[in-house]
Write a protein that binds this ligand. Structure first.
Ligand SMILES: C[S@@+](CC[C@H](N)C(=O)[O-])C[C@H]1O[C@@H](n2cnc3c(N)ncnc32)[C@H](O)[C@@H]1O
Length: 292
């Protein structure tokens, strides 16, 4: 009788989910789990703060990288080709406004493309209508969004030279530019890297002065290309250089040069990154003053 009670008691103890019924090893595992849990809890506010603070960057990463990878795999087309297909089937040919609006719709609702976008685009439109430039250079055409935006704001007889080093992007840009109704006399697309084009602008394209330059290519090229333009003698007093994305992703070397050279009157137009909320960006507007 006594033996049975003792056996029952041991069985009862063993069945308890209680630390007193555990071996020293499970005790150790249990306390380690408790400590890890406590550490994880202590870090939770930090992780939450990080996620909340950088939520717009996560959204951008999702839209620009993950969504793009998904569609690349499922459609077999490049992002630029997908954008073109959409514009081709939804915009009115020969109507630059409709082409820009269709692009904006696709970029804000479907996939991200780093066009200048409508908000910063309006700042550029205003500058173009103020300065009425006759000879314009664009560095970085991509799909031709900003090219169309500039071309539709130009006065009669003006010419835009748009430089794109990626042949596949350039082919899409060419189709978009022609779809918008601009011929070769208004917009000339040059498929080559900017550092090879700038030194040839005088000899090969007969240019003597640039009234307006829009920089929107790789940010690391901004400073060397601006210095090449200064050296080419194509910038005259009053020539305007507009550089996009100088705050995000940022072009600190370019801004340092602008500040130190003393060649420009300049200011930054603050805005948010194209097709994104909450990511601060800006465009630098430089007005060349010539060598003092
Ligand atoms: C941000 S996208 C341009 C977007 C375009 N300006 C718009 O707003 O519609 C940058 C483009 O610049 C091109 N690019 C980058 N570095 C370049 C260079 N050194 N010369 C010419 N094109 C360049 C890239 O291939 C890419 O298509």
């Amino acid at each position: 009788m006594t033996t049975t009670t003792h056996d029952n008691h041991s069985a009862f103890l063993l069945s308890l989910p209680n630390i007193y019924s555990q071996s020293p090893i499970s005790c150790c595992v249990f306390s380690r789990t408790m400590v890890s849990g406590a550490i994880a809890l202590a870090f939770l506010p930090l992780v939450l703060t990080f996620i909340i603070r950088y939520r717009y960057y996560f959204v951008l990463f999702y839209r620009a990288v993950l969504v793009r990878m998904w569609y690349d795999c499922t459609t077999g087309l490049s992002r630029e080709e997908r954008a073109f297909q959409y514009v081709l089937t939804h915009a009115i040919p020969g109507d630059p406004e409709s082409i820009l609006e269709t692009f904006d719709l696709w970029c804000s609702k479907v996939e991200f493309i780093s066009n200048i976008g409508p908000k910063k685009g309006k700042i550029m439109d205003r500058m173009l209508s103020e300065h009425c430039p006759l000879t314009v250079l664009e560095l970085g055409s991509h799909c031709g969004y900003s090219t169309v935006r500039i071309a539709r704001a130009l006065p009669l007889g003006a010419r835009l030279y748009s430089v794109e080093m990626d042949a596949i992007n350039a082919a899409i840009a060419e189709k978009i530019i022609r779809l918008a109704g601009f011929d070769d006399d208004t917009v000339e697309l040059i498929v080559s890297p900017s550092d090879e084009v700038i030194p040839r602008l005088r000899a090969d394209y007969g240019l003597e002065r640039l009234d307006f330059v829009f920089m929107d290519h790789w940010k690391k090229c901004y400073r060397p290309d601006l210095q090449a333009l200064e050296g080419s003698g194509l910038l005259g007093k009053g020539s305007v250089v507009l550089a996009d994305n100088v705050l995000f992703p940022g072009a600190p070397n370019f801004l340092r040069h602008v500040r130190k050279s003393g060649l420009y009157e300049w200011k930054i137009h603050r805005a948010t990154l194209e097709y994104s909320k909450g990511i601060r960006d800006g465009m630098a507007e430089l007005v060349y003053q010539g060598i003092k």
